[in-house]
Ligand binder design. Structure first.
Ligand code: PLP
Length: 323
């Protein structure tokens, strides 16, 4: 294994807790939760683990600016802005869409954390990011491009070592269930499972991608991540477990299923999920439990990837309101 430079600012290890009341209500397998919503960086989330490696790489390259892109309510952008502030770097966020009438939630926090926002049209967001990068470079601001969702081999290392952390916590689980989107979390988890001998099945619930495309993407990123760490194994699409049955509504579009999951976790466990990612993944997990896909004598670890500030986004208010 090659040693990859890393900073240590996340609050680790994150806790593993039992979701006993949820499990009893669903009358299915044991359910646990890994609290990566509590990674400590400006409300935390899964991007914090990735940023420990990404910011270390940026510093090693002499960067003075972090530049990245995402949706208006991007958790990734919020955590990147916080990491930049923490290490005295500038931050430029290229956001797809238009400035909302009223800043709220992640978008508000990213600005509070000092990020400069550049607006892009959805269709030309990749070009806009490239343009903003070149402009920062020409201005002598030495930008480091943090990939979408922090999902490069460097960023995915955060979740390789999250598996090592889980094993040091002596947690056994037959299934690990979590939201999968830009694939860095998923890729890191499967590489970590292979490297450290974790036996549970790693099942990503797709947020916005069909099953085959996400499998191909995660397999490639996982293979690249393994190579980055000096390991000689690779992954094929069929090595990657993806369930894409819950993403039909599209990215960030709430349906009854997400809302039900959010209310079940809140009312049975006092646990907050986010509307875009963990709400959807939990809805998937709940449905799979109800349909008996997991055996009753198995255990399921739900990996909470954060995102809870989006509960306060103006955009989702009409969906998530007390009935
Ligand atoms: C980004 C994000 C994800 C998806 O993680 P990827 O590594 O991009 O697949 C899941 N949950 C939350 C809350 C996120 O912000």
């Amino acid at each position: 294994m090659i040693e990859i430079p890393r900073l240590n600012f996340a609050h680790l290890p994150t806790r593993v807790e039992s979701l006993a009341r949820l499990a009893t209500t669903l009358d299915g397998p044991e359910v646990m939760i890994k609290r990566d919503d509590q990674t400590g960086l400006a409300f935390g989330g899964n991007k914090t683990r990735k940023l420990e490696f990404l910011v270390a790489e940026a510093q090693a390259m002499g960067a003075r600016t972090l530049i990245t892109a995402g949706a208006v309510q991007s958790n990734h952008c919020r955590q990147t802005a916080a990491a930049a502030a923490r290490f005295g770097l500038d931050c430029i966020l290229v956001l797809a869409g238009a400035a909302p009438e009223r800043a709220s939630a992640n978008f508000l926090l990213s600005q509070l954390l000092g990020a400069e926002v550049v607006w892009a049209e959805w269709d030309t967001r990749h070009e806009a990011l490239q343009k903003a990068y070149e402009a920062a470079k020409d201005a002598g601001n030495q930008p480091y491009l943090v990939p979408y969702g922090g999902s490069s081999p460097t960023g995915a290392c955060g979740y390789v070592f999250a598996i090592q952390e889980l094993m040091e916590q002596e947690i056994q689980a037959d299934w690990v269930v979590f939201p999968s989107s830009s694939g860095g979390t998923h890729a890191g988890l499967v590489v970590g499972a292979r490297m450290f001998g974790f036996g549970g099945k790693i099942l990503g619930i797709s947020i916005d991608e069909n099953e085959q495309d996400l499998k191909v993407h995660v397999a490639r990123l996982a293979s690249d991540t393994a190579a980055h760490l000096g390991e000689d194994f690779t992954f094929e699409p069929d090595d990657i477990l993806v369930n894409a049955d819950y993403c039909e509504a599209g990215y960030g579009v709430l349906t009854e299923k997400e809302v039900e999951a959010i209310y079940l976790f809140a009312s049975l466990e006092g646990m907050l999920l986010d509307p875009v990612y963990t709400g959807r993944a939990a809805a998937g997990m709940i449905d799979l439990i109800r349909r008996g896909v997991f055996n009753r004598n198995e255990s399921v670890l739900f990996w909470h990837t954060g995102g809870t500030p989006a509960l306060f986004a103006e955009k989702y208010m009409e969906f998530i309101h007390p009935k």
